[in-house]
Design a protein around this ligand. Structure first.
Ligand code: ADP
Ligand code: MG
Ligand code: MG
Length: 885
């Protein structure tokens, strides 16, 4: 028969799946000799068996519980329900992952009308006994009988008022007795039965309530939110009570072994004298800082500090410890790894290596890569009171204040005049890029974490709050409203991209500071990682930023952003509207020197490192005004009839825009399909690259240009471009009188390209996975449609654990990637292969890239530190780094 019950002395810390986190740690602490009140744990498997049996205890469990209870009773020298010396226990839930607030703990179980008098006699305190009893009735009724807490609180409050006191612990014996009677009456009224008096019955009812609580609504919501599996089950801990409510030499508290917000190596926490259980967190009285314990109970403080040290060295991690003092004796009731801010995580990791407690590998595993992002951005100084009017999605970290502007052109204009602006829109499109560039941050009322605004803002390292549907924007009136608040254009608001908060007015900010600990920890990461980390950057400024954050190259330069600036757009439009090759060439001639300047700047900024430049990718209509806009304009012009020339011009434009309209732009005329139709556009870009390279080589820089073709599907297609590239390179070399080298490669972003990678590698010298498009085309999901309409269903039905646009879909997209890696390396064993989609900065995707043997990941500059750490963790946890430094 399966063993369902473990005494604390039978368990270990690594049995979290079976005993839950709390139970496993209670067992571990018992076995290293800490003062843990004795007890036992009913396993998570018992919980699952309870559900399999249709909501009753599985065969044999009740006997097993009674047998183990007998051992606990023997150890404690007390017996449940025994009038001479009654055992009281707590019943505590505890799953493998901590699920805060899931089920409240029941304390003082075993009390009834008889045992309460025994306790009073033994302790010599009627007040203590009645206080414990009324707490028990309240907790048990709330958790097991499901009678709302407030009904009890109401009774308690009325008696405090009657007696004329403020605090619970001031209540007299008489008041407490009266409260108990009112509580019992309430239970009668609500359940039609008396409060259960038989201690063993109380225990079994409590155990079943814990099992049931695994599937209550808030538990299910919490697990969905945190991606915790629903079939883990919860364990139940039954533990001998110790009492913090036995007067002034008793108390209860919670402390971290280090400061969880700064990482400083000092005990950090709070305690309350003469209090029990959750009084500390419940905020009934204001707790004392833990440092005060050193004055009030110096011996206890010393002992606790020593145990805190011991637990840290034992777990090799910062701990969060719950303790209780009963009449001068210290007991430890819980320990777990403490949650901490990014700054604290880095400092703790560094300090623990410094003091010799852990090695560098362990230290790197103590920092959550995603957290690092926080450190690179400004944040709101939370010590001041904030007027938060709405909360959206925390789409891009950092905080900003500025004047509200509702239009990208306007944002650009205001910024030119020296204003700090925040761009506020329902959503953004590629047309708004210049507005985002000009703004301090972006706020949208629609769209998710991977909406256009979010992706672009993250790329630029600007704060962004998305999908804030509480705000109603009226573009015509140039204002937005939230509830009763109206914010007009020009009013100042602040956004916090780390939490999604929208705040009225300006707020004080904290500047980011990169501590020396931070820099050192990332150097350690570099010494273990196998992947190179590059950045996606479109400007020299971004490239320099990326270098500063530790990027060793650029994995993607998107040239389309260079076409958007106000000095270029007219020529780009002229190029698109050209009727003849000559006309188009004339426009391209204007663009050539500008593009050359762009490439010159980026290649120079990345001196010594490779730079992958992608040729033009988006469909051409993105550079023209929208159809709706033109329809309105031409209609107005026609009605007014006063400017036939302009009407003619706009009508031509409208015709062109109509002809460029596509049913499905994502699968339409874009990528190298444009290059096939208009080779002269790609020729111009290649020539611009080579001329920039030639100049830089002459100036003595080390440039490593990698020219990348977007969206190819076939080797013949690649050949077409690569042959032209060779001709152009030779022409530029001749003209400039200088030699240089470059490589040419393919983005792999369509399934066909992945499948035929072995053939494509005959001419392509490198591959880069564009996993944004590869995910769309493998799944057949257009991202914006999926996120807006049906992706949530896929998460709900557990088809995907997480959005495949955030964490790489390893089974599907990943399989194509493996095929492409194998194919590419079969033909060209040493070919460089990387990834440049958003996934390149997401830790679990980085791990996958490490596993399938990519050479690099590339991500937005602000994600570079995240990727460096994630790459190191991937290398460490697969053990491949053994032997490195
Ligand atoms: P949570 O998961 O909400 O932290 P716990 O099971 O840790 O719930 O219980 C909350 C508090 O109840 C503990 O911090 C402790 O103060 C108190 N508690 C639990 N078990 C006992 C016990 N055996 N003796 C005294 N206090 C206890
Ligand atoms: Mg709880
Ligand atoms: Mg706890």
């Amino acid at each position: 028969m399966k063993k369902y019950v473990y005494l604390f002395q039978e368990g270990r810390a690594d049995m979290k799946a079976l005993l839950g986190g709390k139970g496993a740690n209670l067992a571990e602490m018992t076995n290293i000799g800490l003062p843990v009140p004795t007890g036992m744990t009913i396993t998570t498997e018992a919980c699952n068996a309870y559900y399999q049996a249709g909501g009753k205890l599985p065969d044999g469990l009740s006997d097993e519980i009674k047998q183990n209870l007998a051992i606990v009773e023997e150890k404690s020298g007390k017996k449940l329900g025994n009038l001479a010396d009654p055992l009281l226990v707590s019943v505590r839930s505890g799953a493998m992952f901590s699920m805060p607030g899931m089920m409240d703990t029941i304390l003082n179980l075993g009390l009834n009308e008889q045992t309460v008098e025994s306790v009073a006699k033994i302790t010599g305190s009627q007040v203590f006994a009645y206080d414990s009893y009324r707490r028990f009735i309240q907790m048990f009724s709330d958790v097991v009988l499901e009678i709302p807490k407030y009904e009890f609180e109401h009774i308690l409050a009325s008696h405090k008022e009657k007696q004329g006191v403020k605090y619970d612990q001031e209540l007299t014996e008489e008041s407490l007795r009266a409260i108990i009677e009112d509580y019992q009456q309430l239970v009668w009224d609500k359940t039609g039965k008396p409060f259960p008096e038989e201690p063993l019955k109380q225990l079994f009812m409590a155990i079943e309530a814990v099992f049931r609580s695994w599937n209550n609504d808030r538990a299910i919501v919490y697990r969905n939110l945190n991606k915790i599996s629903h079939d883990l089950g919860t364990a139940v801990n039954i533990q001998t009570m110790v009492f913090g409510n036995r007067g002034d030499t008793s108390g209860t508290g919670v402390a971290f072994t280090r400061n969880p917000s700064t990482g400083e190596n000092v005990l950090y926490g709070e305690y309350l004298t003469n209090a029990q259980g959750e009084d500390v967190v419940a905020g009934i009285r204001t707790p004392q800082p833990i440092a005060k314990l050193a004055d009030e109970m110096p011996e206890i403080y010393k002992q606790f500090a020593a145990i805190a040290r011991q637990l840290e060295s034992h777990y090799k991690n910062m701990q969060d410890i719950e303790f209780t003092v009963e009449q001068g004796t210290l007991y430890i009731l819980q320990t777990r790894n403490g949650k901490r801010t990014a700054a604290a995580a880095v400092k703790v990791a560094y300090d623990m290596v410094d003091s010799g407690l852990i090695d560098k590998k362990d230290a790197l595993l103590l920092v959550e890569p995603n957290q690092l992002d926080q450190l690179l951005h400004r944040g709101i100084d939370d010590s001041v009171k904030l007027d938060v009017i709405a909360t959206g999605l925390p789409a891009s970290p950092g905080a900003a204040s500025g004047q509200v502007v509702f239009d990208a052109d306007e944002a650009e204009k205001w910024a030119k005049n020296g204003s700090q602006v925040l761009l506020v829109r329902n959503e953004t499109t590629p047309d708004d890029i210049h507005g985002i560039v000009a703004a301090q941050g972006v706020l949208t009322s629609r769209g998710g974490m991977t909406s256009h605004a979010a992706v672009v803002a993250r790329g630029m390292g600007k704060p962004c709050v998305c999908g804030c549907d509480a705000i109603r924007i009226d573009y015509a009136k140039k204002e937005f409203t939230v509830g009763n608040t109206t914010v007009a254009q020009g009013d100042i608001i602040s956004i916090d991209g780390a939490t999604g908060r929208v705040i009225v007015g300006a707020v004080p900010m904290r500047e980011p500071t990169l501590s020396s600990e931070y820099l050192t920890v990332l150097e350690w990461a570099d010494s273990f990682k196998k992947l190179t980390v590059r950045a996606n950057a479109d400007t020299p400024e971004d490239a320099l930023k990326a270098r500063e954050f530790g990027a060793q190259g650029i994995g993607l330069t998107r040239t389309e952003h260079m076409f958007m600036g106000q000095d270029r757009l007219p020529y780009v439009q002229q190029m698109i509207l050209a009727e003849t090759l000559d006309e188009r060439q004339a426009a391209l001639d204007h663009l050539l020197p500008m593009q050359e300047g762009d490439f010159y700047g980026i290649l120079k900024a990345m001196d010594g490192y490779p730079v992958t430049i992608r040729l033009l990718d988006p469909p051409l209509h993105e550079f023209l005004p929208s159809l709706e806009e033109l329809l309105v304009e031409t209609t107005e012009l026609r009605v007014r009839g006063n400017n036939p020339a302009l009407l003619e011009e706009k009508s031509q434009l409208l015709k062109k825009v109509r002809s460029l309209q596509e049913f499905n732009p994502m699968l339409g005329h874009r990528g190298c399909r444009l290059g096939l139709t208009y080779p002269e556009i790609y020729d111009m870009q290649m020539k611009a690259i080579f001329q920039a390279v030639a100049r830089l080589v002459k100036e003595g820089y080390t440039v490593i240009p990698e020219i990348e073709i977007p969206l190819p599907i076939d080797v013949k297609e690649m050949r077409f471009f690569i042959e032209r590239m060779a001709v152009l390179a030779d022409e530029v070399k001749q003209a400039a009188g200088v030699d240089f080298s470059y490589t040419a490669g393919s983005m792999i972003e369509l399934p066909r390209a992945a499948l035929l990678a072995d053939e494509i590698a005959e001419v392509a010298e490198f591959f880069s996975f564009g996993t944004n498009d590869l995910t769309q085309t493998t799944l057949g999901f257009s991202r914006d449609d999926a996120e807006g309409k049906f992706l949530s269903q896929y998460i709900q039905h557990k088809i995907f654990k997480e959005s495949p646009f955030i964490a790489l879909d390893r089974e599907g997209v990943g399989k194509l990637m493996k095929i492409a890696v194998a194919g590419g390396r079969k033909t060209r064993p040493n070919m460089t292969i990387g990834i440049c989609g958003e996934h390149g900065g997401e830790p679990s995707s980085v791990e996958f890239c490490h596993e399938i043997g990519l050479d690099y990941v590339s991500c937005s500059p602000y994600r570079v530190p995240v990727a460096r750490l994630a790459a190191a963790q991937a290398a460490i946890s697969t053990g491949e780094n053994i032997g490195t430094r």
